[in-house]
Design a binder for this molecule. Structure first.
Ligand SMILES: *Cc1c(COP(=O)(O)O)cnc(C)c1O
Length: 372
């Protein structure tokens, strides 16, 4: 049985007619760059996230970058984040001219360790970017508390957490700004590149709108130097359709995770994701841990099961960030995760039979790995 790691076609196929109609209205109105389709999506996405505003932008990386710029983060500043994330989180900090500072993670949730955060703060620290990794919110209460005490800004990297919740609060709505990616494989995915920043701060919203459009306050009147980070009308129209199906997709992801958990519980040498009852984990990624990673990946591949690794090299050990001066061993928990995590197939359309096939094959591969 073939079980791909991800199958976006299966998700889009039933929506084809709805999406085609939405795209045709963009063609009919020629509202291709920014415009009414983007505004309509922004309003619906803000409502979904429980914030007053959303600002549609070109991708998730730009969402993070603009959010930091709008908060006046710049050269000489330090921004604290985690090393087990996609490179973009750190890149956004670098683009502002600020310095990324990493802290280790909690080893059960794979998100920022608030104690590590407290210790990493210096007089130069200006902001914190907790990453809601794999679809599970970071432990936001202590993070927000530390930020309040020390006068720091909080930008949530919610690129993997559309619709996730922490104690009833939606991911992206807890900090000064929440940043989303709509890269095609995300829980809410466009037909190309797109992203958004959500916030309830009106001043921040205004600044983001100006920054994404060349610093224009109105046509050809530039109050600051911005960039071109607008969202496409076509992407907004597609996203508006897909947003209507996000909740059912997330619920289905949670059901897939529940079945994995039932079938994999107690398998020796396999650590399953830990979802705290106060969280709504939306399983962008379903990652397990095992010391026998290579054997397990090989065993799964032989039985037609696709896997991924998120992420094999933590950001502090990337060659691009050699100059930051972090060596191996500084963040032992993040480094161990980078060596042991395997992402199993996870998307709403997986069948019960496919999930069982993955679980069964995984058990066999782990046993074989332990004997070898
Ligand atoms: C996908 C992702 C991003 C970047 O989003 P793009 O739309 O690809 O630019 C940033 N952070 C995390 C954690 C991501 O998963």
């Amino acid at each position: 049985m073939k079980v791909p790691f991800l199958d976006i076609k299966l998700q889009n196929e039933p929506l084809r007619d709805e999406i085609r109609t939405a795209m045709e209205s963009v063609i009919d109105s020629s509202a291709f760059a920014g415009g009414p389709f983007v505004e309509a999506f922004e309003e619906k996405f803000a409502t979904y996230c429980g914030t007053r505003y959303a600002v549609g932008v070109s991708n998730g990386t730009d969402a993070l970058w603009l959010a930091l710029l709008a908060l006046d983060i710049g050269p000489g500043d330090e921004v604290i984040t985690v090393p087990n994330t996609f490179m973009a989180t750190a890149e956004a900090i670098t683009y502002c001219g600020a310095r990324p500072v990493f802290v280790d993670i909690d080893e059960s949730t794979y998100t920022m360790d608030p104690e590590g955060l407290r210790e990493a703060i210096t007089p130069r620290t200006r902001a914190i970017i907790p990453v809601h990794l794999f679809g599970q919110p970071a432990d936001m209460d202590p993070i927000l508390e530390i930020a309040r005490e020390r006068g720091l800004r909080v930008v949530e990297d919610a690129a993997q957490a559309h619709g996730a919740a922490y104690k009833g609060r939606i991911a992206g709505s807890m900090g000064d700004a929440g940043c989303f990616s709509f890269y095609p494989g995300k829980n809410l995915g466009a037909f190309g590149e797109a992203g958004a920043v959500v916030t309830s701060n009106e001043e921040l919203r205004d600044k983001l709108r100006v920054l994404r459009d060349h610093g224009q306050i109105c046509k050809y009147h530039h109050t600051m130097v911005g960039w071109n980070c607008r969202m496409d009308g076509i992407q907004a129209a597609v996203l508006e359709v897909k947003l209507r199906h996000l909740e059912s997709g997330n619920e289905r992801r949670r059901a897939v995770a529940a079945q994995y958990e039932r079938e994999l519980e107690g398998v020796p040498g396999v650590v399953l994701p830990v979802a705290s009852p106060s969280m709504r984990h939306v399983y962008h990624i379903y990652a397990i841990r095992t010391a026998e990673r290579n054997e397990v990946i090989r065993g799964l591949a032989q039985q037609g099961v696709g896997t991924g690794i998120h992420y094999p090299i933590p950001v502090h050990l990337q060659e691009a960030y050699r100059d930051l001066g972090y060596g191996r061993g500084v963040f032992p928990r993040a480094e161990r995760c980078a060596e042991e995590l395997i992402s199993l197939p996870m998307f709403p359309e997986l069948s019960g039979q496919q999930i069982s096939h993955v679980a069964q094959t995984l058990k066999e591969a782990v046993c074989a790995g332990m004997i070898a």
